[in-house]
Write a protein that binds this ligand. Structure first.
Ligand SMILES: [Zn+2]
Length: 497
């Protein structure tokens, strides 16, 4: 027929092109196991519903492509929250509401730029450290490498810092790392950082550049030393690795290197409130007992926050959708919470735990999905050996989907952590990293291009079924604060399998 001729031609052309370039258009095989059938159980119904009708990718795309980056305190995050409230209502959730907490000043990224005034005159990418002060228009200064790892080493630079733009990190540093101070607790680390910043300001340094932790030209951002504008702070930015290492080579040749730098971020005039979005499916038998699932709706602002953490937010909404579509009613109450302020130090979940101190005993468990698109392999047990039997029971229906791991690992980097520290059994999903820590996390690469739909859907299946089992099991998970060694948040696990 007529219409088939051009279609056939296109097909032939595509086949030829593919044959010429076999490495293209061949995605790596999916690690997600394919189930032959679904058991006729509530878990089986949820698995089938999510697999066949998941809307999780569409919701990530809406958050990322339509609403965009969602810095806490921004109008865009408020739009995302209004959308999430409407979605929860549409998906049959009850008691849908927002809970406010004091956030402090909002911060908006401006235009950042940098160029060399010497050598090759290159213009290169810089990304201002969020909540650091702006430069007063474009500043010019000589570059100086300050590879000081503590205040004592920094004092060696006394008298040399006035009017200088500093390179902070030195990836070519061959010295043995300093031993961890006083058990490595966060408070003493932050006190030392503040003292170093005050020293740099007193000495008249202009700004500080650090190397992006991401490779291949990727930028990076995170929060500055404090979001308190009264606290001493220097204009600061991350530079991708390639231009950063060029600057280091130029300095190593003992050439004078001069830069022009402009960082344009601005603070709001007044402190703002931030909000968590909450919705529930009321339990039929033990409505006062609660299973919380969550992800954070806020994001960084170099990309559109697709994998950090539109994915987790969309997975939680998918759990609501699957319950509505199957008509399944849990015995306990399911509470979905989409946090904010996660990226500034788990502020939303901390505020929630603080505001609901009196009700923490009623929480059966907390599950958080916040490591991008990768498939769920299990949950970190946070050194809660006494939760193992319960969690093993909860993930049993998804073992065949690859959800099997329950290590004792302590993970402190997302919103389950404030609950855990308050004695509530709270667990983060262990996910395959895919491009997360190598790419999308906090960089300008965080777009829906990097979603792996089948893995994200497996994650929604894992969260839906694990939550369902926790909602309906006979027993209750033991509470209690688990003693653990003091280590900084980013440290390796205290205990592993
Ligand atoms: Zn995150």
């Amino acid at each position: 027929m007529l219409r088939s001729t051009p279609a056939l031609l296109l097909l032939t052309l595509a086949t030829v092109l593919q044959a010429q370039n076999p490495s293209r258009n061949t995605p790596p095989p999916s690690p997600v196991p394919v189930l032959a059938s679904y058991p006729d159980t509530p878990a089986g119904k949820l698995l089938k519903e999510v697999k066949e009708h998941a809307e999780v990718v569409a919701r990530v795309e809406h958050l990322a492509d339509q609403i965009g980056p969602r810095l806490t305190g921004s109008e865009q995050l408020r739009r995302a929250q209004a959308w999430a409230l409407a979605e929860m209502k549409k998906l049959g959730a009850e008691n849908v509401h927002e809970e406010a907490y004091d956030f402090g000043l909002a911060w908006t990224r401006g235009v950042d730029s940098a160029r060399l005034l010497t050598q090759n005159g290159l213009r290169f990418r810089v990304d201002q450290v969020a909540w650091s002060p702006a430069t007063p228009r474009a500043i010019q200064g000589e570059l100086l490498l300050v590879d000081a790892r503590n205040l004592e080493e920094l004092k060696a630079f006394q008298g040399q810092l006035k009017g200088k733009i500093l390179l902070r990190s030195n990836p070519f540093d061959k010295r043995t790392p300093l031993p961890r101070r006083g058990g490595g607790d966060m408070a003493s680390f932050q006190a030392e950082q503040s003292a170093m910043t005050q020293f740099l300001l007193d000495e008249g340094a202009l700004a500080m550049l650090s190397m992006s932790g991401r490779k291949n030209g990727l930028g990076f951002t995170t929060s500055g030393p404090g979001r308190d504008p009264k606290k001493a702070a220097l204009p600061a930015a991350f530079v991708p690795q390639e231009p950063y290492k060029m600057l280091l080579r130029q300095l190593a040749r003992k050439e004078p290197v001069r830069l022009e730098l402009s960082l344009g971020g601005s603070f709001s005039a007044k402190p703002v409130q931030a909000y968590n979005v909450v919705g529930e499916v009321r339990g039929t038998e033990k409505a006062n007992e609660v299973v919380i699932i969550g992800g954070h709706l806020d994001s960084w602002d170099l990309g559109t926050g697709a994998t950090d953490n539109a994915t987790g937010s969309a997975v939680c909404l998918e759990v609501l959708r699957a319950l509505q579509a199957t008509g399944l009613k849990p015995k306990r109450t399911l509470r979905v919470i989409l946090w904010s302020g996660e990226e500034q130090g788990l502020l939303g979940s901390r505020a929630y735990v603080e505001a609901h101190k009196a009700e923490l005993d009623a929480i059966q468990a907390v599950l958080v999905h916040d490591m991008g698109t990768g498939m769920v392999r299990g949950f970190d047990l946070q050194a809660r050996e006494n939760a193992r039997a319960f969690m093993a029971q909860a993930i049993a229906p998804v073992n065949d989907l690859g959800v099997r791991e329950l290590p004792l690992t302590i993970m402190n980097g997302t919103d389950h952590a404030p609950f855990d520290r308050a004695g509530v059994p709270a667990f983060a999903a262990i996910q395959d990293p895919v491009d997360y820590f190598e790419g999308t996390h906090h960089s300008q690469m965080d777009f829906p291009d990097h979603l792996q739909p089948d893995q994200l859907i497996q994650g929604a299946q894992a969260m839906a079924v694990t939550a369902w089992e926790l909602l309906n099991m006979e027993g209750r998970l033991p509470h209690g604060v688990v003693a653990r060694p003091a280590r900084p948040a980013s440290e390796a696990p205290a205990t592993t399998r």
